[in-house]
Design a protein around this ligand. Structure first.
Ligand code: AMP
Ligand code: MG
Length: 513
């Protein structure tokens, strides 16, 4: 079947297009259209056959009921019975808008639409294109998200095209949607009403209008053995092709953990994807990093979530790590969708981070002009399981100077360079909990410890690596002395790398699912 794709502007709706699309729906055909939440796959909600086609096009299990969209509040009474009194208040506050309410169905709603249930889910969208189309189609349009079942919901017409081109009759392209996550579902057949799916209308917002509501407990615990009350919530959903894992902890730990995971993956030659935010973007230098929005405005994150998941399908990554978000307000819906997309795979950031005893390694020599910078450069060339900040400092540095020329010459002979090095004096204040100070000689270690209490962090290079070769001081001697010194350092630094790698026992942290 050929899918007709027509652009439409919500500020200047082309009535001809709406007429054409409405006629298709009346004939029982399928038209995808924009709503403020996500793109919907429209069908006449009162035709059993049209519902069947919807399930077919989406590849959706037929026990997963559709939401019926209306454009006029009075139409609710035609498809729902036993409507509880709070409905008026809720509709007055949240309709038209991203709220779906569930009622007992009337006889005119076919079981095909409700997935065999005696209840019907109803929503009144605010998008003017959606409203015009619903009226033109006769008032009752079932519209699940216009994606292939299981994939991220579509937030642009291009997403719909990716999934459903050739399977439906028409796509109305009204640009990018506003909210980006599906509606909140509130079950009105129980008292107090119960949230079955979190969305842009939050628990706190309901509370202000009708008092406390319940939340389906199966939403909160992924281990629940009970089936969720909204049948659709039991399926894996919104999933990108790659394995998505949510890294959980405080934000600083999450960043450190994701950095480590991305570093490890790069080292093995399989770059990973990272879902980051504007605030955290600069901290990542490995992997394919995508910005999902700003933590200052969770709406931006909601709007970009599905688009970013889809973008990763275009990238050659088989694992994606995501930062996590606070479960409050809109964050509840964001985390709900992310966790479903991840199939509830998560990693504890602190488990990853606790293996990183040191994150910065500083070599300390007398003047920071030869042996210190040589050690730093040698270590940078080692294959390390963890990414470290590696640098060097001197005990007495009066002004910054480039590296000793002979040191530079011998480094060049092993394809390394000290170019760009500029000597710096050690400031004991720089010694943080995760800093490892390795001194060339015993005297430097003693001086540092006399100035500050950092015995956990300061070792001589020999002591830390368990080596006892004396490190010769080539200062003032011919080039050959520098060459001999380099040979000693190469061996010790190799030992150091092995020691660091054994401290960072790989794979100690475990994925929790
Ligand atoms: P979608 O249209 O893709 O946003 O999915 C519709 C969601 O609404 C699914 O999770 C359905 O299980 C849920 N839903 C629709 N009708 C009912 C109903 N009568 N009772 C409970 N959940 C419903
Ligand atoms: Mg859906």
């Amino acid at each position: 079947m050929e899918t007709k794709i027509i652009k439409i502007d919500k500020n200047q709706i082309n009535e001809e297009v709406i007429k054409e699309a409405g006629a298709l729906l009346r004939e029982g055909k399928l038209v995808a259209f924009p709503t403020e939440t996500v793109y919907g796959l429209g069908a006449d909600a009162l035709q059993e056959e049209a519902a069947k086609r919807t399930y077919e096009a989406k590849g959706r299990p037929s026990d997963n009921p559709l939401i019926v969209h209306i454009a006029d509040y009075d139409d609710l009474k035609k498809i729902a019975i036993n409507i509880p009194p709070e409905t008026d208040m809720l509709a007055a506050h949240f309709w038209p808008g991203p709220l779906t309410m569930i009622f007992q169905k009337s006889d005119i709603v076919p079981y095909g639409t409700t997935g065999g249930l005696d209840t019907v889910a109803v929503r009144m969208p605010v998008d003017p294109i959606a409203q015009a189309l619903i009226r033109e189609a006769g008032g009752f349009v079932s519209a699940p998200s216009a994606n292939t079942s299981g994939r991220p919901s579509p937030t642009t017409a291009q997403h719909v095209e990716e999934d459903l081109n050739g399977k439906i009759d028409m796509i109305l392209d009204g640009g990018t949607v506003d909210i980006g996550l599906e509606s909140t579902i509130l079950d009105m057949t129980v008292s107090p009403p119960m949230i079955l799916r979190p969305g842009a209308i939050t628990e706190e917002m309901f509370e202000k209008v009708i008092g406390p509501v319940n939340v389906d407990q199966t939403l909160l615990s992924e281990n629940s053995t009970q089936a969720p009350k909204a049948p659709g919530m039991k399926y894996r959903h919104y999933a990108p092709k790659a394995k998505l894992m949510i890294v959980e902890g405080d934000l600083r730990e999450e960043i450190l953990a994701i950095r480590q995971l991305a570093y490890e993956a790069d080292r093995k030659g399989h770059p990973v994807g990272i879902i980051a935010t504007s605030e955290t973007l600069p901290f990542y230098n490995h992997g394919i990093v995508k910005n999902i929005g700003t933590r200052e405005n969770e709406k931006s994150i909601a709007r970009n979530l599905y688009g970013v998941l889809r973008e990763f399908d275009e990238e050659n990554v088989d694992t994606i790590y995501s930062e996590s978000f606070a479960v409050q307000g809109m964050g509840t819906a964001i985390m709900n969708r992310l966790e479903k997309a991840a199939g509830h795979l998560r990693i504890s950031a602190s488990e990853v981070v606790k293996l990183q005893k040191y994150r910065r390694i500083t070599f300390v020599s007398g003047t920071d002009s030869a042996r210190g910078p040589m050690c730093a450069e040698l270590l940078r060339h080692c294959d390390l399981k963890q990414e470290y900040v590696i640098d060097s400092r001197g005990m007495v540095v009066l002004f910054p100077e480039p590296a000793n020329q002979k040191a530079e010459a011998v480094m060049k002979s092993v394809q390394m360079t000290l170019e760009g090095h500029s000597s710096l004096q050690l400031d004991p204040e720089e010694i943080q909990e995760d800093t490892l100070i390795l001194t060339i000689d015993q005297s430097e270690k003693e001086k540092i410890l006399a100035e500050c209490d950092a015995s956990e962090n300061v070792y001589t290079l020999n002591e830390f690596t368990g080596d006892n070769t004396e490190i010769p001081d080539p200062y003032g001697k011919p080039l050959t002395a520098y060459g001999e010194c380099l040979e000693v350092l190469e061996r010790i630094i190799k030992k150091l790398a092995d020691k660091l790698n054994s401290l960072m026992e790989e794979g100690k942290w475990e994925e929790q699912s």
